[in-house]
Design a protein around this ligand. Structure first.
Ligand code: BEZ
Length: 224
């Protein structure tokens, strides 16, 4: 079954993009990476998504996350569509976006990466690409995967929030609770013994008493 599971290494595919030919691992380098796919160029939901992604590019860059999009059309179409995306954002209608778009006109990558949405088809009855979000760590392993159908636009605020959570786990060994937002307290992971947690989190570890008497609900202020 094609597709990617958490922990899988990113495939080192070669592809044409709006910023030239890439090899995916070289593109990622030592950075985090986000690959987000789109059903088709010149479609309304996709245009709003890429517009928002372009506006948020400085936020991804601040977090050391390289962005790359994919849509099942040609580079030429992507470049023409980019003008519409910039115009939608109220910018000059140039063909420059702050990230490349992969051309996958024959759906080769979309199939390989398990991105097709069987419910949304083109005029010839061929499935379009779903809205996949893959986030890779600097080790090129898949850290997060979200799959939306073609008809639901993504929430890029949520995507930035999960990047913040993934990076806190990677660098500070904490987990983030339900509806966590940057600045909120975070959770000590269950595998960390109390003594080590006290040393690792000098701002303190706060336990919530529970009817079971088990001391697993441990919070600490978000580490710097
Ligand atoms: C869109 O981007 O607007 C779209 C694409 C495919 C199916 C439905 C909506």
């Amino acid at each position: 079954m094609p597709g990617l599971l958490l922990g899988d290494e990113a495939p080192n595919f070669e592809a044409e993009t709006t910023q030239g030919r890439i090899r995916f691992h070289d593109f990622l380098g030592d950075s985090w990476g986000i690959l987000f796919s789109h059903p088709r160029d010149f479609t309304p939901v996709c245009t709003t998504e890429l517009g928002r992604a372009a506006k948020l590019a400085p936020e991804f860059s601040k977090r050391n996350v390289k962005m790359i999009a994919l849509s099942i059309d040609s580079v030429q179409d992507h470049l023409a569509w980019s003008k519409d995306i910039n115009a939608y954002n109220g910018e000059q209608p140039t063909q420059e976006l702050p990230f490349p778009i992969i051309a996958d006109a024959n759906r080769e990558l979309a199939v390989k990466l398990g991105m097709l949405d069987p419910d949304e088809q083109d005029k010839d009855g061929i499935p379009l690409t779903a809205r996949v979000v893959f986030i890779f760590g600097p080790d090129k392993k898949l850290k997060l995967s979200i799959l939306y159908p073609a008809t639901t636009g993504r929430n890029f605020d949520e995507i930035l929030r999960v990047v913040d959570s993934l990076q806190l786990t990677a660098y500070k060994k904490v987990a983030t609770p339900v509806d966590w937002k940057p600045g909120d307290s975070v959770m000590v992971v269950p595998t960390l013994p109390d003594e080590e947690a006290k040393k690792l989190f000098p701002k303190g570890v706060f336990m919530k008493d529970l009817p079971s008497g088990k001391k697993y609900l441990r919070y600490t202020p978000q580490p710097e």
